[in-house]
Design a protein. Structure first.
Length: 226
């Protein structure tokens, strides 16, 4: 009898660690209940002069159920009218590629609805919206060169527009970018005889002073590009 009690006690000691030990591993987390959010949108919200060949992409902060990101839940509208296109994905980024060029000079709205869910099935807390405006149709604006002035002296154009200077005077003149008398190399015509023209297309916004290198300090002008 004594030996059987001893074996029983030894056995009890042997299983104690199984009953009470090894509890410190922990680290298991509860189910994912956090709504996903759009962390990056391209073009950026409020962007202007967006090329009409742009695609539109949204990047989520976590893995999504890709079947829930479709033509119903991820849309682009132009002036309220849906834009036709296809959706593709790479990682957590979903890209809308329009079927054709976007409309020019138009406010576009990007929407991702709460129908989009993450892989755990959590919907976005609210619809995501963002907007951007496409470039306007480029135009050519004329500036007349006289003896000795530019007319109009100051003009305001949009990104993508072209300025065409024409020498309507009798003397020789140039149009040279920079603050007179220092050229900055953005553009510079050859010396223009009467009747000759020079054109330059502005691809960046900014304020661009220029002058005539034949008559520095006398002939200056400014192109403001928005
Ligand atoms: Cu001049």
């Amino acid at each position: 009898m004594k030996s059987s009690i001893k074996f029983f006690l030894l056995g009890l000691i042997g299983i104690l660690p199984l009953l009470f030990g090894c509890g410190g591993g922990g680290g298991e987390s509860g189910p994912d209940t956090t709504p996903p959010v759009v962390s990056i949108v391209s073009p950026a919200n409020g962007a202007t002069n967006v090329p009409t060949t742009s695609t539109v992409s949204v990047t989520f902060n976590e893995a999504m159920n890709s079947s829930t990101i479709n033509a119903t839940t991820f849309t682009v509208t132009a002036g309220g009218t849906p834009v036709a296109g296809a959706i593709s994905s790479s990682g957590t980024t979903y890209t809308f590629t329009p079927s054709g060029s976007l409309a020019t000079d138009t406010l576009h709205t990007v929407t991702v609805t709460t129908g989009a869910t993450d892989v755990a099935g959590n919907a976005m807390a609210a619809n995501f919206t963002s907007s951007f405006t496409t470039v306007s149709v480029p135009v050519t604006v004329d500036v007349s060169i006289g003896d000795n002035f530019f007319t109009p002296q100051s003009i305001t154009i949009k990104v993508g527009d072209t300025v065409r200077w024409t020498n309507n005077g009798a003397a020789l003149h140039t149009t040279t970018s920079g603050t007179s008398p220092t050229a900055n190399g953005i553009w510079g015509s050859a010396i223009l005889a009467s009747g000759e023209s020079f054109s330059f297309t502005f691809t960046q916004a900014g304020i661009f002073p220029y002058f005539c290198s034949v008559h520095p300090g006398i002939m200056t002008g400014t192109v403001t590009v928005q």
